[in-house]
Design a protein around this ligand. Structure first.
Ligand SMILES: O=C(O)CCC(=O)C(=O)O
Ligand SMILES: [Fe+2]
Length: 276
Protein backbone atom coordinates (compact mmCIF):
# COMPACT_ATOMS: atom_id res chain seq x y z
CA UNK A 1 0.00 0.00 0.00
CA UNK A 2 1.25 3.42 -0.83
CA UNK A 3 2.05 5.62 2.17
CA UNK A 4 -0.05 8.75 2.50
CA UNK A 5 2.39 10.29 4.95
CA UNK A 6 3.79 13.55 3.73
CA UNK A 7 7.45 14.35 3.96
CA UNK A 8 8.18 17.60 5.85
CA UNK A 9 9.30 19.29 2.65
CA UNK A 10 6.02 18.41 0.93
CA UNK A 11 4.19 20.42 3.63
CA UNK A 12 6.12 23.58 2.96
CA UNK A 13 4.43 25.53 0.19
CA UNK A 14 7.23 26.82 -1.94
CA UNK A 15 6.86 30.35 -3.19
CA UNK A 16 9.16 31.93 -5.72
CA UNK A 17 12.12 33.66 -4.13
CA UNK A 18 12.25 37.43 -4.52
CA UNK A 19 15.23 38.69 -6.43
CA UNK A 20 17.12 40.60 -3.75
CA UNK A 21 19.22 43.36 -5.21
CA UNK A 22 21.27 45.50 -2.89
CA UNK A 23 21.38 48.70 -4.94
CA UNK A 24 24.43 50.87 -4.61
CA UNK A 25 23.00 54.35 -4.70
CA UNK A 26 20.44 56.22 -2.69
CA UNK A 27 18.56 57.04 -5.94
CA UNK A 28 18.36 53.40 -7.03
CA UNK A 29 17.03 52.38 -3.63
CA UNK A 30 14.41 55.11 -3.77
CA UNK A 31 13.41 53.86 -7.24
CA UNK A 32 13.13 50.27 -5.98
CA UNK A 33 10.91 51.47 -3.16
CA UNK A 34 8.70 53.37 -5.56
CA UNK A 35 8.52 50.49 -8.07
CA UNK A 36 8.36 47.43 -5.79
CA UNK A 37 7.22 48.90 -2.49
CA UNK A 38 10.36 47.60 -0.77
CA UNK A 39 14.14 47.83 -0.91
CA UNK A 40 16.80 45.39 0.20
CA UNK A 41 20.11 45.88 2.03
CA UNK A 42 22.66 43.09 2.30
CA UNK A 43 24.78 42.46 5.41
CA UNK A 44 23.88 45.59 7.34
CA UNK A 45 24.89 43.69 10.47
CA UNK A 46 27.95 41.52 11.01
CA UNK A 47 27.45 37.98 12.39
CA UNK A 48 28.70 39.28 15.78
CA UNK A 49 26.12 42.09 15.81
CA UNK A 50 23.38 39.60 14.90
CA UNK A 51 24.42 37.39 17.79
CA UNK A 52 24.62 40.33 20.19
CA UNK A 53 21.08 41.42 19.35
CA UNK A 54 19.69 37.90 19.60
CA UNK A 55 21.24 37.47 23.04
CA UNK A 56 20.05 40.90 24.16
CA UNK A 57 16.48 40.03 23.14
CA UNK A 58 16.71 36.76 25.06
CA UNK A 59 17.80 38.61 28.21
CA UNK A 60 14.99 41.17 28.18
CA UNK A 61 11.94 40.19 30.17
CA UNK A 62 8.68 40.94 28.41
CA UNK A 63 6.00 42.92 30.13
CA UNK A 64 2.81 40.92 30.36
CA UNK A 65 0.76 41.11 27.22
CA UNK A 66 -1.28 37.91 27.39
CA UNK A 67 -0.98 35.62 24.39
CA UNK A 68 2.06 37.39 23.01
CA UNK A 69 4.87 37.29 25.49
CA UNK A 70 6.12 33.77 25.56
CA UNK A 71 7.41 30.84 23.65
CA UNK A 72 5.45 27.82 24.91
CA UNK A 73 7.21 24.61 25.91
CA UNK A 74 5.79 23.13 22.69
CA UNK A 75 7.74 25.71 20.72
CA UNK A 76 4.75 27.82 19.69
CA UNK A 77 4.04 31.44 20.56
CA UNK A 78 5.71 34.76 20.06
CA UNK A 79 7.96 36.82 22.28
CA UNK A 80 7.39 40.47 21.46
CA UNK A 81 9.36 43.29 23.01
CA UNK A 82 7.66 46.55 22.22
CA UNK A 83 9.44 49.88 22.74
CA UNK A 84 12.69 47.92 22.33
CA UNK A 85 14.63 51.23 22.08
CA UNK A 86 13.63 51.84 25.70
CA UNK A 87 14.72 48.47 27.03
CA UNK A 88 18.44 48.32 26.20
CA UNK A 89 20.85 50.96 24.79
CA UNK A 90 21.92 48.46 22.12
CA UNK A 91 18.66 49.14 20.30
CA UNK A 92 19.39 52.87 19.88
CA UNK A 93 21.73 52.03 17.01
CA UNK A 94 18.86 50.47 15.09
CA UNK A 95 17.07 53.81 14.86
CA UNK A 96 19.46 55.19 12.26
CA UNK A 97 21.47 52.47 10.54
CA UNK A 98 23.42 54.15 7.74
CA UNK A 99 21.78 53.57 4.35
CA UNK A 100 18.50 52.45 5.85
CA UNK A 101 17.80 55.76 7.55
CA UNK A 102 18.58 57.79 4.41
CA UNK A 103 16.07 55.76 2.40
CA UNK A 104 13.48 56.24 5.14
CA UNK A 105 14.13 59.99 5.44
CA UNK A 106 14.04 60.45 1.65
CA UNK A 107 10.62 58.79 1.54
CA UNK A 108 9.00 60.06 4.75
CA UNK A 109 10.70 63.41 5.16
CA UNK A 110 13.76 64.60 7.07
CA UNK A 111 11.61 65.16 10.13
CA UNK A 112 10.17 61.63 10.15
CA UNK A 113 10.19 59.70 13.40
CA UNK A 114 9.99 56.31 14.98
CA UNK A 115 6.49 55.12 15.77
CA UNK A 116 7.44 51.75 17.24
CA UNK A 117 10.31 49.26 17.48
CA UNK A 118 9.46 45.65 18.24
CA UNK A 119 11.65 42.64 18.70
CA UNK A 120 9.57 39.80 17.33
CA UNK A 121 10.79 36.30 18.14
CA UNK A 122 8.44 33.73 16.66
CA UNK A 123 8.10 30.07 17.55
CA UNK A 124 5.99 27.66 15.53
CA UNK A 125 3.15 29.52 13.87
CA UNK A 126 0.70 29.42 11.01
CA UNK A 127 1.11 31.57 7.96
CA UNK A 128 -0.25 35.09 8.44
CA UNK A 129 -3.06 36.26 6.22
CA UNK A 130 -2.03 38.50 3.37
CA UNK A 131 -2.31 42.08 4.60
CA UNK A 132 -1.11 45.62 4.50
CA UNK A 133 0.10 47.12 7.76
CA UNK A 134 -1.75 50.32 6.88
CA UNK A 135 -3.30 51.41 3.64
CA UNK A 136 -4.17 55.07 4.07
CA UNK A 137 -6.19 55.65 0.91
CA UNK A 138 -8.49 53.26 -0.96
CA UNK A 139 -9.10 53.92 -4.66
CA UNK A 140 -10.64 52.16 -7.66
CA UNK A 141 -7.82 50.02 -9.10
CA UNK A 142 -7.83 51.78 -12.48
CA UNK A 143 -7.35 55.13 -10.73
CA UNK A 144 -4.69 53.83 -8.34
CA UNK A 145 -2.58 52.39 -11.16
CA UNK A 146 -2.63 55.58 -13.26
CA UNK A 147 1.03 56.75 -13.23
CA UNK A 148 -0.15 60.31 -12.51
CA UNK A 149 -1.49 59.13 -9.15
CA UNK A 150 1.27 59.03 -6.56
CA UNK A 151 0.38 58.15 -2.99
CA UNK A 152 3.40 58.99 -0.85
CA UNK A 153 4.74 56.49 1.65
CA UNK A 154 3.50 57.53 5.08
CA UNK A 155 4.62 54.60 7.24
CA UNK A 156 7.53 52.29 6.53
CA UNK A 157 9.08 49.35 8.35
CA UNK A 158 12.65 48.11 8.42
CA UNK A 159 12.96 44.38 9.10
CA UNK A 160 16.34 43.35 10.49
CA UNK A 161 16.60 39.58 9.98
CA UNK A 162 18.55 37.74 12.64
CA UNK A 163 18.40 34.30 10.99
CA UNK A 164 19.29 32.88 7.62
CA UNK A 165 15.81 32.58 6.16
CA UNK A 166 14.48 29.44 4.49
CA UNK A 167 10.95 28.39 3.54
CA UNK A 168 10.23 26.22 6.58
CA UNK A 169 11.24 29.07 8.94
CA UNK A 170 8.49 31.28 7.50
CA UNK A 171 10.12 34.07 5.54
CA UNK A 172 8.39 37.36 4.99
CA UNK A 173 6.61 37.32 1.63
CA UNK A 174 5.71 40.33 -0.46
CA UNK A 175 3.74 41.00 -3.62
CA UNK A 176 6.08 43.38 -5.44
CA UNK A 177 4.40 46.56 -6.64
CA UNK A 178 1.18 45.90 -4.71
CA UNK A 179 1.39 49.24 -2.89
CA UNK A 180 -0.05 50.52 -6.21
CA UNK A 181 -3.24 48.52 -5.69
CA UNK A 182 -6.30 50.57 -4.80
CA UNK A 183 -7.48 47.93 -2.34
CA UNK A 184 -6.32 45.80 0.54
CA UNK A 185 -5.80 42.10 -0.26
CA UNK A 186 -8.21 39.32 0.62
CA UNK A 187 -6.90 36.83 3.17
CA UNK A 188 -5.29 34.50 0.59
CA UNK A 189 -4.86 36.85 -2.32
CA UNK A 190 -1.32 36.20 -3.47
CA UNK A 191 -1.22 38.07 -6.78
CA UNK A 192 -1.76 41.59 -7.93
CA UNK A 193 -1.42 42.96 -11.45
CA UNK A 194 0.38 39.76 -12.59
CA UNK A 195 2.90 39.98 -9.76
CA UNK A 196 3.07 36.95 -7.49
CA UNK A 197 3.82 36.63 -3.81
CA UNK A 198 7.56 36.10 -3.30
CA UNK A 199 9.65 34.95 -0.36
CA UNK A 200 12.40 37.09 1.07
CA UNK A 201 15.04 34.40 1.47
CA UNK A 202 17.76 36.60 2.89
CA UNK A 203 20.58 36.02 5.37
CA UNK A 204 21.00 37.01 8.99
CA UNK A 205 22.09 40.65 9.07
CA UNK A 206 20.14 41.62 5.92
CA UNK A 207 17.38 44.22 5.97
CA UNK A 208 14.29 45.01 3.95
CA UNK A 209 12.49 48.32 4.18
CA UNK A 210 8.89 48.29 2.98
CA UNK A 211 5.93 50.62 2.73
CA UNK A 212 3.00 49.92 5.02
CA UNK A 213 0.69 49.58 2.01
CA UNK A 214 2.60 46.78 0.23
CA UNK A 215 0.82 43.40 0.44
CA UNK A 216 2.83 41.02 2.57
CA UNK A 217 2.73 38.36 5.27
CA UNK A 218 4.96 36.25 7.46
CA UNK A 219 5.11 32.60 6.38
CA UNK A 220 4.42 29.64 8.68
CA UNK A 221 7.25 28.64 10.98
CA UNK A 222 7.22 24.84 10.75
CA UNK A 223 10.51 24.31 12.55
CA UNK A 224 11.52 24.01 16.20
CA UNK A 225 13.72 27.04 15.71
CA UNK A 226 12.69 30.44 17.08
CA UNK A 227 12.85 33.03 14.31
CA UNK A 228 14.43 36.31 15.46
CA UNK A 229 13.39 39.54 13.80
CA UNK A 230 13.63 43.21 14.73
CA UNK A 231 10.92 45.46 13.29
CA UNK A 232 11.56 49.21 13.21
CA UNK A 233 8.53 51.29 12.24
CA UNK A 234 8.88 54.87 10.96
CA UNK A 235 6.29 57.46 9.97
CA UNK A 236 5.79 60.87 8.56
CA UNK A 237 6.13 63.28 11.43
CA UNK A 238 2.40 64.05 11.55
CA UNK A 239 1.49 60.46 12.25
CA UNK A 240 1.52 59.86 15.99
CA UNK A 241 4.11 57.78 17.76
CA UNK A 242 2.57 54.82 19.56
CA UNK A 243 4.52 53.78 22.61
CA UNK A 244 2.42 51.80 25.07
CA UNK A 245 1.24 52.32 27.74
CA UNK A 246 -0.09 55.26 25.76
CA UNK A 247 -0.95 57.68 28.55
CA UNK A 248 1.97 56.92 30.82
CA UNK A 249 4.89 55.93 28.61
CA UNK A 250 8.21 57.27 29.92
CA UNK A 251 11.61 57.26 28.33
CA UNK A 252 14.31 55.59 30.36
CA UNK A 253 16.55 58.61 31.20
CA UNK A 254 19.73 56.55 31.25
CA UNK A 255 19.15 55.13 27.77
CA UNK A 256 18.00 58.51 26.44
CA UNK A 257 21.21 60.14 27.70
CA UNK A 258 23.14 57.90 25.28
CA UNK A 259 21.15 58.92 22.19
CA UNK A 260 22.67 61.14 19.48
CA UNK A 261 20.80 64.29 18.29
CA UNK A 262 19.52 62.40 15.23
CA UNK A 263 18.36 59.49 17.37
CA UNK A 264 16.63 61.94 19.74
CA UNK A 265 14.80 63.51 16.81
CA UNK A 266 13.73 60.05 15.64
CA UNK A 267 12.45 59.45 19.17
CA UNK A 268 10.31 62.57 18.92
CA UNK A 269 12.45 65.61 19.78
CA UNK A 270 11.23 67.75 16.91
CA UNK A 271 11.63 71.36 16.06
CA UNK A 272 8.21 72.87 16.80
CA UNK A 273 5.99 73.23 13.73
CA UNK A 274 2.30 73.56 12.95
CA UNK A 275 0.25 71.99 15.78
CA UNK A 276 3.53 72.12 17.86
O1 LIG B 1 6.85 38.01 10.35
C1 LIG B 1 6.96 38.62 9.28
O2 LIG B 1 7.83 38.38 8.46
C2 LIG B 1 5.99 39.69 8.93
C3 LIG B 1 5.23 40.19 10.11
C4 LIG B 1 4.14 41.12 9.72
O3 LIG B 1 3.93 41.42 8.59
C5 LIG B 1 3.29 41.73 10.74
O4 LIG B 1 3.38 41.33 11.91
O5 LIG B 1 2.50 42.63 10.40
FE1 LIG C 1 2.69 43.15 8.44
Amino acid sequence: MQSTQQTPTAEVPSKPAAELIDYETREERAQALERDGFAFFRAVLSPEQVQELRECSDRIKTVATPRWDFIDPDGSGIKTIQNAFNRDPLYLDFLDKPGVIELVEDALGEDCHLIQMTQWNTGKREEQKMHTDWKPILLPDDVAIDPRVKIPALIMTAHFYLDDMYEALGPTRVVPGSHRAGIRPERDQDKWNNAEEQSILCKAGDVIVFRSDVWHRGGANRTDQVRYLLQVHYANRWIAQRFPPFLSFQFDPEILSKATPRQRRLLGEHRPGPFA
